[in-house]
Design a protein around this ligand. Structure first.
Ligand SMILES: Cc1ncc(COP(=O)(O)O)c(C=O)c1O
Length: 389
């Protein structure tokens, strides 16, 4: 007789898989069969973590920093992060308002866990970072995906927020620069949204994980206001994806609740990673990171016109991150099938729009310029042959 299967929570029906993982698995299978694949699908640069950070991490392990830290993080790291806001973004942040988390993912989970529950709505852009709507779902809140397009630089505007807000709207989530579009919100629009949220007691969450990778705009941090939940991470600018370390700058009133939540959800961020990150703000590390940022900008400056010349439509300049969100409707009505063919026939892996929402997803594909320039050039040669065939 069959034993009964344990029940799976109803919320799981609302958690979609990452389609990019299917592309990655297929790419890896092709590689195992001897094919050369150019990976433009995964949202992580090809650079290794800078050596001073690695050395600090190894030293931390050797000296026995392998126990829990406090739930809010190492005091020295919280101070260093606060100091970075002052020097880099001219924002005054008290270290007491910095919560160190397992990646920006941990910070997003904490923020939404604090702010949203059953019956609550969270507004966010579509296309956008897919996990956000799943974090909301996990909190049993409703993610309201607001369709955005080139007319607003693929960012929310105050008008869009006003149109989609409900009496149950508890939080507005903005990511700037955005994944998947690389576009930034203007400081003026962010200020208008901030004021609207502040007047209504709606929380404003701004994900600035790509802020340090802003190429030709000013880097404008929402941490200039002390009532905003600002998310950031060591993953992207600091190139520490696998170390699982990020942070949240929260309003002072939220810190003790966030501490309680962090204690319960994950106890603390990884201790060796926190010690390693102390070396992330040294002048030598920052010099190295700025050189890498310049390399990423060169890649963008190559790939964006190269894709446009080939008939992809990228209507808005991507000022940051390492993504280009290209309209491929000239070639296909189904970007997911297109991504599969591009991989199978040309050996170029990219992410279909479906991963980032539903709004015009079938017309879009995301290219991540996470490979060196010669590989990007090879990808364009392969793309030419693929499109001609
Ligand atoms: C917009 C955005 N936010 C958050 C994250 C999560 O980053 P992590 O948890 O590695 O810091 C990502 C990762 O790609 C992202 O693109």
């Amino acid at each position: 007789m069959d034993t009964p299967k344990p029940h799976i929570a109803a919320r799981m029906a609302g958690i979609a898989p990452f389609h990019v993982m299917d592309i990655l698995a297929r790419a890896q299978a092709l590689e195992a069969a001897g094919r050369d694949i150019i990976h433009l699908e995964i949202g992580e640069p090809d650079f290794a973590t800078p050596a001073p950070i690695v050395e600090a991490g190894v030293a931390a392990l050797r000296t026995g920093h392998t126990h829990y830290t406090g739930a809010l993080g190492l005091p020295t790291l919280r101070e260093a992060i606060a100091g970075f806001y002052a020097t880099r973004w001219q924002a005054t942040v008290s270290p007491a308002r910095v919560v160190v988390t397992p990646g920006a993912s941990g910070a997003l989970l904490l923020a939404l866990g604090l702010l949203a529950g059953p019956g609550d709505d969270v507004l966010m852009a579509d296309p956008g970072y897919p996990c956000n709507r799943h974090f909301a779902r996990f909190c049993n809140a409703r993610a309201i995906s607001v369709p955005v397009d080139a007319t607003s630089g693929f960012q929310l505007t105050l008008e869009l927020i006003q149109r989609h807000a409900t009496p149950a709207t508890r939080a507005v989530l903005i990511a700037s620069p955005s994944n998947p579009t690389g576009t930034s919100i203007s400081p003026a629009e962010l200020a208008r949204i901030h004021d609207w949220c502040a007047d209504r007691g709606v929380a404003l969450i701004v994900d600035e994980i790509y802020l340090g990778l802003t190429y030709d705009d000013i880097e404008y941090s929402a941490a200039r206001w002390d009532d905003v939940f600002v998310i950031n991470s060591f993953s992207k600018y600091f190139q520490m994806t696998g170390w699982r370390l990020g942070w949240l700058v929260a309003p002072a009133w939220a810190i003790s609740d966030l501490e309680r939540l962090a204690q319960n959800l994950f106890l603390a961020a990884p201790t060796p990673a926190q010690h390693a990150a102390l070396a992330a703000f040294s002048p030598a590390t920052l010099d190295e990171l700025e050189a890498r940022k310049a390399e990423l900008r060169d890649r963008r400056d190559y790939l964006l016109p190269a894709l446009r010349e080939r008939g992809f439509v990228i209507p808005v300049q991507a000022h940051g991150a390492f993504y280009l969100y290209a309209d491929c409707s000239r070639f296909t009505e189904d970007s997911q099938a297109f991504a599969g063919q591009l991989l199978d026939h040309a050996g170029v892996a990219a992410t279909p729009g479906i991963d980032f929402g539903t709004h015009q997803a079938v017309r879009h594909i995301r290219f991540a310029y996470t490979q060196p320039l010669p590989r990007l050039a090879e990808a364009m040669t392969r793309l030419d042959n693929f499109l001609q065939a």
